[in-house]
Design a protein around this ligand. Structure first.
Ligand code: EPU
Length: 422
C-alpha cells in the first residue's frame, strides 16, 4: 500500500493532458465480448479499474494486448460465462459484463457486487431490464445467474429508478439488446456522455442504435457484430478534478488539454458562479483562480446536471472559500466520507441527510488522512494542495483506481507530492 505526502502551498501553472475516460472505457471493454473479431480501443487510461476489467475479460476467454493507452482485444471463443467474486469485489463496474455475456452466450453468472463505501449499490434495475428482454435471474451463493433459455427478445424496457436513471444499467440493457431479436426501446435511459460513447462503439461494430444521449434509446437487434477501432472520450471527471485544482491553487491559471468542454458545462458553470474565470476553446479549458471567491449551493443530478463524481472535489474548494456553501448529493446521499477526513484538516463541514453545509475557513492544515474511495481521495489531494504543512494521505490505491498518474500530472503543474510505500 502506498501513501502520498503532499507539501502544501505550491502554486500550479502550465498545462495538463486529460486521459481517456475510465467510466467510458469500462463498458466499452466489456462490449468487446460481443464479437469474435478484434477490437482496438485507444485512450484507455492506465488505472487499476481498467486493469481489473481486462483481467475479467481474460478470465472469460479474451486475448488482450495493451501498450501505451491502446488495448487490443479479441474474444474469439468464450471460455466461461462467469465473473468470479475475487475480481468483481474489486470493481463494481464488472457487473457490465452481464449484458454482453447474455447476448453472446445466453448465460451470465456474475458475483453480486455488494455495497461500497459510497453507499448501497443495488443492481435491481439491471436485472429488471435484462429480465424484460427474456432472461431469468436467480441469486445463489452470492452470485446472480442469468439465463435466456429462448434467447433475448426486444421489448420496451423502463430503466428509471427512484434516484433517476442508471448509467451501467442502461449500458447493460443496451449491450444485451444489440443482438436480441426485434426492437428494444429503453425509456428512462441514462444520458451520460459515457453511454453515448458506448453506443458509438456498438454502432461502429454494426449495432443499430438511435437516441443515445436522450432518455429514449431504440435498438434494433442484429445477428452479428464485427471488430472495430475506437478512441475513448476524454475523462470529464478527471478534467473537473483538475479544474478544481486550478480554482484552488493556480498561480494564475492552468490549462487542461484534450478535453470535451461540452461535457464540462455544469462544472464550468459552478466554477464561474464561484468567481473563477473559465475560458473554453474546442478542446481546452483554462481555469484561473477567483479574485473574490464566493461559495455556492450545488445539488448533484444525472447528466447534464452536476455530477456526483465531482461532489467531493467541490467540498475541497468550498472548505476554503469564504461564506457558506451547501452540497447536496441526491444520487449517492451517503457519499461524504471525505468530510470527516477534511474536518481533521480543519474544515468546517456538517453532513446531514445527504447534504453538507460548509463554512469556508481561511486555510486548512495538514493532518494524516485516509483515502476511502476514488473521488474522496481526489478531494483529499486537492485539499492538501493548499493546506499548511505536509499532508499524509494513506491508501492511495483508491485514487489509482481511476486517476491516471495524478501525482505525476500535478507535479508537472508545480505541486510537490511524494509517493511512498506506507
Ligand atoms: N441504482 C438503483 N438500482 C440499480 C442501479 C442503480 O437503485 O440497479 C441507483 C444507485 O444506487 C444510485 C443511482 O441509481 O442511487 C445511480 O446509479 P448508477 O447505476 O447510475 O451508477 P453506476 O452506473 O453503478 C456510474 C459510475 C459512477 C457514477 C454513477 C452515477 C461507472 C463505472 N461508474 O455508476 O462512477 O457515480 O454512474 O453517475 O460508470 C466513480 O467514477 O467514482 C463512480 C462511482
Amino acid at each position: 500500500m502506498e501513501k502520498f505526502i503532499v507539501h502544501g502551498g505550491s502554486q500550479l501553472e502550465g498545462s495538463v493532458n486529460i486521459s481517456g475516460s475510465k467510466n467510458a472505457s469500462l463498458p466499452i471493454l466489456a462490449a468487446t465480448l460481443l464479437t469474435r473479431e478484434q477490437c482496438v480501443i485507444r485512450r484507455v487510461p492506465d488505472v487499476s479499474d481498467t486493469n481489473y476489467m481486462l483481467q475479467i475479460l481474460q478470465n472469460l476467454g479474451a486475448e488482450v494486448e495493451r501498450a501505451s493507452g491502446t488495448v487490443v482485444i479479441r474474444c474469439e471463443k468464450l471460455r466461461s460465462h462467469e465473473a468470479p467474486y475475487d475480481l468483481v469485489r474489486k470493481m463494481r463496474a464488472s457487473v457490465c459484463v452481464m449484458g454482453p455475456l447474455l447476448a453472446r452466450h445466453n448465460r451470465a453468472s456474475v458475483s453480486l457486487p455488494g455495497g461500497c463505501v459510497i453507499g448501497d449499490r443495488p443492481i435491481d434495475l439491471h436485472l429488471r431490464g435484462l429480465e424484460g428482454l427474456g432472461a431469468e435471474a436467480t441469486v445463489e451463493g452470492g452470485n446472480v445467474h442469468l439465463e435466456a433459455r429462448y434467447g433475448l427478445t426486444g421489448k420496451v424496457i423502463d430503466m428509471s429508478g427512484k434516484h433517476g436513471a442508471t448509467v451501467l444499467g442502461t449500458d447493460n440493457v443496451m449491450m444485451a439488446a444489440v443482438l436480441a431479436k426485434g426492437t428494444t426501446v429503453i425509456t428512462g435511459a441514462a444520458c451520460e456522455p459515457e453511454v453515448v460513447d458506448l453506443a458509438d462503439f456498438l454502432i461502429a461494430m454494426g449495432a443499430k442504435i438511435t437516441g443515445a444521449g436522450t432518455p429514449r434509446i431504440e435498438i434494433e437487434g442484429v445477428s452479428e457484430l464485427g471488430g472495430v477501432e475506437h478512441t475513448v472520450i476524454p475523462d470529464r471527471i478527471e478534467a473537473g478534478t483538475f479544474m478544481v485544482a486550478g480554482a484552488l491553487a493556480a498561480k494564475d491559471s492552468i490549462t487542461l488539454r484534450r478535453v470535451n468542454p461540452e461535457h464540462l458545462t455544469s462544472i464550468t458553470e459552478v466554477l464561474r458562479r464561484c468567481g473563477c474565470k473559465v475560458e473554453v476553446s474546442k478542446t481546452t479549458v483554462t481555469v484561473s483562480r477567483a479574485a473574490n471567491p464566493v461559495g455556492a449551493n450545488i445539488t448533484t443530478e444525472p447528466y447534464p446536471g452536476f455530477p456526483t463524481d465531482m461532489q467531493a472535489q467541490m467540498c475541497s474548494l468550498f472548505a476554503v472559500t469564504p461564506g457558506t456553501s451547501v452540497v447536496r448529493d441526491t444520487i449517492f446521499p451517503q457519499r461524504f466520507m471525505h468530510a470527516s477526513e477534511m474536518k481533521r484538516m480543519g474544515a468546517d463541514i456538517t453532513v446531514d441527510d445527504g447534504t453538507a453545509i460548509i463554512h469556508g475557513v481561511e486555510q486548512l492544515s495538514a493532518a494524516p488522512v485516509m483515502a476511502s474511495d476514488l473521488r474522496a481521495s481526489a478531494a483529499l489531494v486537492l485539499s492538501a494542495l493548499t493546506a499548511k504543512g505536509n499532508t499524509e494521505i494513506s491508501r492511495v490505491y483508491h485514487i489509482d483506481r481511476g486517476y491516471e498518474h495524478i501525482d505525476d500530472k500535478l507535479i508537472n503543474l508545480g505541486a510537490e507530492i511524494e509517493r511512498l510505500p506506507a
